[in-house]
Design a protein around this ligand. Structure first.
Ligand SMILES: [Zn+2]
Length: 112
């Protein structure tokens, strides 16, 4: 399951970070999830809560921020929010390069 692998990765990062900082407890984990990352947050929360039992992250709140899909035009340099499969610049018809919206990473970790 896609979300289980992601949850494992998040937990690994958080535990590693807590260990390096001598933290006893992880309070909150913030994620950045791009519109194109395709992460099911319900499934992710479920996987995460099943993994954290007995770890310093057992009571950690998993939160996330959605990152919209953003593109930049190759020709005129315009940056704007785009829709999936709609990668042409509305001004000049040039091809858009994706500059945001693929994120799937840990943004911050709060601990005690
Ligand atoms: Zn353009």
């Amino acid at each position: 399951m896609h979300e289980m692998a992601i949850a494992e990765g998040i937990l690994e990062i958080a535990l590693d970070y807590a260990q390096k900082n001598d933290a006893a407890r992880i309070e909150r984990i913030g994620l950045l999830l791009g519109e194109l990352s395709g992460v099911e947050t319900d499934a992710l929360s479920l996987c995460f809560s099943s993994l954290v039992q007995g770890t310093p992250a057992e009571h950690a709140a998993l939160t996330w921020e959605r990152v919209p899909l953003m593109g930049r035009c190759h020709d005129c340099g315009r940056e704007l929010r785009i829709r999936p499969q709609d990668y042409l610049c509305p001004d000049c018809g040039g091809g858009m390069e994706i500059i945001g919206g693929r994120e799937m990473r840990v943004d911050f970790i709060e601990m005690e």
